[in-house]
Design a protein around this ligand. Structure first.
Ligand SMILES: Cc1cc2nc3c(=O)[nH]c(=O)nc-3n(C[C@H](O)[C@H](O)[C@H](O)COP(=O)(O)OP(=O)(O)OC[C@H]3O[C@@H](n4cnc5c(N)ncnc54)[C@H](O)[C@@H]3O)c2cc1C
Length: 407
């Protein structure tokens, strides 16, 4: 069950753990949220360490399907059922900023990515209704979404919409490039260190299985916050989704777009131009964690569905991953209660962490630096400045800036 991305990826250089050290900031978790936050903080001149329990990408980011899209299935109409349009617009804006930042970073660092059209398609009347709502809400949010008669799939569809010019990539290439940027700015990247607790004091004390370190700020980029403060376990739903990669024979045609169904069971499709030829990636069949008696049956059903519609493809990798959805559907970042304003976290991306994770990183970094994001890579590599502004008092976590509060 190793993902296409984690299987055989180049080793990412890491550093030794130094118990007893003090940093301006410690970031816990080396997925897309953790490494982007760490790179941004390190660029500002702060001394930063990332502590990762397993290895870079071992969490959800190494097990994603890595579409970087502002058309996100039927997410926007789902949000619109609970929030006014202006809140949906702010969600789109935050994701647009996250997407733009990441694409700029990939261009600057020559990481390969592919521009692709994103589609949401329906195969039922109910799905077609959802697509109508998604078209209305996404258009109102300023996205150039359009109806298409034929999305190019090898099975009948009831309706489909398209947002041109989105992107896809290999998420391990992205993590590698963020890690390289981070370490080039003096960051310390440590694998195999599981953080157990963070205690308040003049500086924060971070307790791990391998020893303690201290920091001015701690960012929990662990998918769901690892500290049991704020009852976040009750405000988040973990869902498990499945994915598989398929070798495509020359005789089989696969569509080049990025697809997601409007119905349950979810069906996600994209391709990946590997060194050895085109690869088809299928995903979906998600369910709440702990509520499925046979995860294997979910995966088998996804494999059967893909092989039925793309005859001749051959599965090379299968995997699954977990992601979190807030009960109010809105991803959020914030200061953890009882953290003295210096422990921050981000979660609840609802399977759209490639843009939401970067949006959260930008917001957390701005918060720590007092509203100022680091500009282009500074020339003062290695210079240090004290941690950002004086800590503010605890506050209730808010949706990702610049989203307004509910209502
Ligand atoms: C099958 C699937 C397909 C998806 N497809 C897409 C998609 O196409 N587009 C999209 O935008 N999103 C997609 N997502 C969602 C996206 O992958 C996630 O939202 C995103 O990767 C989350 O990133 P993260 O950095 O927050 O968390 P993670 O990548 O999970 O990183 C958290 C890290 O923290 C570490 N950690 C945890 N606890 C500790 C501890 N105590 N001490 C130290 N380290 C710790 C973990 O080992 C892990 O490496 C998909 C998700 C799944 C499961």
């Amino acid at each position: 069950m190793t993902s296409l991305w984690l299987d055989g990826h180049r080793a990412i250089p890491v550093d030794d753990f130094s118990p007893g050290s003090t940093y301006d900031a410690v970031v816990v978790g080396a997925g897309i949220t953790g490494l982007a936050t760490a790179a941004l903080l390190a660029r500002s001149g702060m001394s930063v360490a990332v502590l990762e329990a397993r290895s870079v990408g071992a969490g959800t980011t190494g097990n994603t399907t890595a579409k970087l899209s502002l058309l996100q299935g039927t997410v926007l109409s789902g949000l619109r059922r609970q929030y006014p349009q202006k809140v949906v617009n702010a969600y789109v804006e935050a994701n647009r900023e996250g997407q733009a930042w990441l694409l700029r970073h990939l261009q600057d660092t020559a990481v390969p990515f592919q521009r692709r059209d994103a589609y949401t398609f329906a195969v039922s009347d109910e799905g077609a209704d959802r697509i109508r709502s998604e078209l209305a809400v996404s258009s109102a949010a300023g996205l150039a979404v359009e109806e298409v008669a034929d999305p190019g799939l090898p099975f009948p569809t009831r309706s489909a919409i398209r947002l041109p010019d989105q992107a896809q990539f290999n998420p391990m290439d992205v993590l590698e490039s963020l890690a390289t940027d981070f370490r080039a700015h003096g960051g310390i990247l440590v694998e195999g260190v599981r953080v157990r607790n963070v205690t308040n004091g003049k500086t924060l004390s971070i307790r791990s299985d391998s020893g303690d370190v201290r920091a001015g700020h701690v960012v929990l980029a662990t998918g769901t916050p690892i500290l049991d403060r704020g009852l976040y376990f009750a405000k988040l739903r973990a869902s498990q989704s499945y994915a598989a990669a398929f070798r495509v024979p020359a005789s089989t045609t696969v569509p080049s777009g990025m697809y997601l169904s409007a119905e349950t069971p979810g069906r996600s499709l994209r391709t990946y131009p590997s060194d050895t030829g085109e690869i088809l990636i299928a995903g979906g069949n998600g369910h709440h964690v702990g509520r499925e008696r046979s995860p294997r049956a979910r995966l088998d059903e996804l494999l059967d569905w893909t092989i039925r519609h793309f005859p001749g493809v051959e599965a090379t990798h299968t995997w699954s991953g977990e992601d979190y959805r807030a009960t109010n559907l809105m991803p959020f970042f914030g200061k953890l209660p009882r953290g003295g304003g210096r422990i921050l976290f981000a979660t609840g991306y609802n399977k759209w962490g490639m843009s939401n994770g970067i949006a959260a990183s930008l917001a957390i970094t701005a918060d720590i630096l007092g509203g100022h994001l680091p500009g282009p890579i500074p020339s003062t590599i290695g210079s240090r400045r004290p941690p950002g502004p004086p800590p503010r008092s605890d506050s209730t976590p808010t949706p990702l800036k610049p989203w307004p509060k509910d209502g």
